[in-house]
Design a protein around this ligand. Structure first.
Ligand SMILES: NC(=O)c1ccc[n+]([C@@H]2O[C@H](COP(=O)([O-])OP(=O)(O)OC[C@H]3O[C@@H](n4cnc5c(N)ncnc54)[C@H](OP(=O)(O)O)[C@@H]3O)[C@@H](O)[C@H]2O)c1
Length: 306
């Protein structure tokens, strides 16, 4: 159990997601010491009262350290640097979307040093975090989850505990496979409706209010209607997650025909050089394959978040 009411919190990784998550913690009054490989991206957190570390090992003196980087190789690297000295945190909360195997390796590494570990990947993009609608899925010792919950709740209203070990990782992987398949399907039907003569905004307005509409279809609507593909989640990160899903499917002998096809459509988009914009550019690939050229509709549409 925590010995202090206000634990010191280290935050590794202030990219698109990590920055907004750390900002909510700092704004909520947590004692945050943040580090990012590219320091300039962490510096604006100072306006919310966070301190910015020069070197990653400084965070080892914190009670609890969050990590939000990219892939397992990156998590491994930052954890190695965090623990290079004599000090160590009491608990690590790892939020990046990584494999079950990577997560299990991290658990072993931390257990060997007596550090508690909560796997805590998330659902939602940076805008969702800002809107206060992020969700965590967590696994590890129940006691660690209970201890971390007040901090998790400062970042996101929803934090589900799904059990011991790395179970949260497979839940997150399943979630993102669904994300990939859904956006590809949304791109297909939007282009189909448009080629038949229905403006995208009108089609999506109906869909969003139907039983098939969701927070996701609503917040992707402005991108689909006005072709604003400012990145929220890169094609590369989506491909990583589709690959994690297909790997798990192979290991557990679960056929995933829709995920397989979608993974290759993401790959095709990247092969065409469409790597830097948002993954919603799957819409543009679908339009090209359908022989139509999309233009922004310049219609004000809500994203359902504000
Ligand atoms: N974007 C989304 O909608 C979303 C939603 C849910 C989950 N996720 C997951 O959240 C994680 C972060 O995604 P993001 O969109 O925030 O990505 P991002 O904007 O590219 O940020 C990645 C962060 O990781 C750091 N990093 C990467 N490799 C590193 C290394 N080897 N050493 C040290 N730092 C390293 C980057 O540092 P630099 O700033 O120096 O590059 C940056 O802070 C990923 O696992 C992603 O799959 C993303």
């Amino acid at each position: 159990m925590p010995t202090r009411t206000r634990p010191s919190v280290g935050w590794i990784g202030t990219g698109r997601m990590g920055y907004e998550m750390a900002a909510r913690l700092a704004r909520g009054g947590a004692d945050v010491l943040a580090w990012n490989r590219t320091r300039a991206k962490a510096e604006p957190l100072a306006k919310y009262g966070a301190r910015i570390a020069e070197r990653l090992p400084e965070l080892a003196a914190c009670d609890i350290v969050f990590c939000m980087v990219a892939a397992w190789k990156d998590v491994k690297q930052v954890m190695g640097e965090l623990l290079e000295g004599k000090r160590q945190p009491r608990m690590v909360i790892e939020c990046s979307s990584i494999s079950l195997e990577g997560s299990a390796e991290l658990r072993q590494l931390l257990a060997a040093r007596g550090i508690e570990y909560l796997a805590a990947p998330v659902s939602g993009n940076a805008k969702v975090i800002k809107a206060g609608k992020l969700s965590f899925v967590c696994s590890g010792p129940r006691q660690s989850f209970d201890e971390a919950l007040p901090l998790l709740k400062m970042i996101a209203p929803a934090a589900s505990y799904v059990g011991e070990g790395e179970l949260a990782r497979i839940v997150k992987i399943c979630h993102n496979v669904f994300l990939g398949v859904v956006i590809q399907s949304l791109a297909e039907i939007t282009v189909l409706a448009q080629k038949a003569g229905v403006p995208r905004h009108a089609f999506l307005e109906f869909l969003n209010q139907s039983v098939m509409g969701s927070m996701f279809t609503r917040y992707k609507t402005p991108a689909f209607v006005n072709l604003d593909f400012k990145v929220t989640f890169t094609p590369e990160l989506l491909r990583k997650d589709m690959d994690l899903g297909l790997d798990a499917g192979r290991r557990l002998e679960v056929p995933m025909p829709l995920a397989t096809l979608t993974r290759d459509l993401v790959q095709a988009m990247m092969g065409r050089g469409m790597k830097e914009d948002d993954f919603a550019t799957l819409l543009l690939q679908q339009a090209q394959a359908s022989g139509i050229e999309l233009r922004p509709e310049n219609v004000a549409v809500g994203d359902g978040l504000s």
